[in-house]
Design a protein around this ligand. Structure first.
Ligand code: HEC
Length: 152
């Protein structure tokens, strides 16, 4: 029993230590400068993100020849879409695919169908687009109703 406790204490210590050292690939400390939402809308249209996306609450020009499905960005979500998540979805779309769609609709295998813009999108455009998109997400905490006895 004593040995077991000793092992647990050592194990816990190791876990804590590894947390302190940190993963060199961690995003901790990552912060881009704030962008400008209006310039973000312009960049969104310049980059033709509206080929595949609509944005809740925004009338975007239709690109002729493009067929739906469009993937809506913005709208109600149950938790804040973080800056890091939005940046990642734009510069590394296959890292974590959007939820709420059948996988075959949004990806080929594990690869997102989204184009990669990294060769030509400027950092300024990226930060502006993130600022623009963030203003279109609306966090709604779902209301939980617990049934009370007697059940209706
Ligand atoms: C060829 C179609 C296409 C184009 C063009 C495109 N996307 Fe996407 N995008 C997708 C698809 C499909 C998904 C869902 C799969 C995924 O998460 O990568 C997606 C997902 C996203 C997401 C994550 C949404 C979520 O709810 O997690 C963001 C943000 C996004 N796109 C932004 C952009 C921006 C900004 C541009 C332009 C710079 C762009 N997209 C251009 C197809 C496209």
């Amino acid at each position: 029993m004593k040995n077991l406790i000793r092992l647990l204490v050592i194990g816990l210590g190791l876990v804590l230590l590894s947390g302190c050292n940190g993963d060199p690939r961690s995003a901790r400390g990552f912060r881009l400068p704030d962008g400008d939402a209006e310039a973000g809308l312009e960049a969104f249209i310049d980059m033709e993100c509206n080929q595949c996306h609509t944005v809740r609450g925004e009338e975007l020009p239709i690109i002729p020849g493009q067929d739906p499905p469009y993937f809506e960005l913005g709208g109600e979500v149950t938790r804040v879409k973080t800056y890091g998540e939005l940046v990642t979805s734009i510069i590394n779309p296959s890292h974590k695919l959007a939820t709420g769609y059948a996988k075959e609709v949004i990806a080929v295998g594990d690869e997102s169908k989204m184009e990669v813009y990294n060769e030509f999108m400027t950092v300024q455009q990226l930060t502006d687009i993130v600022m623009f998109l963030q203003t279109h997400y609306d966090v709604r905490i779902p209301e939980h109703r617990y049934p009370t006895y007697p059940y209706p």
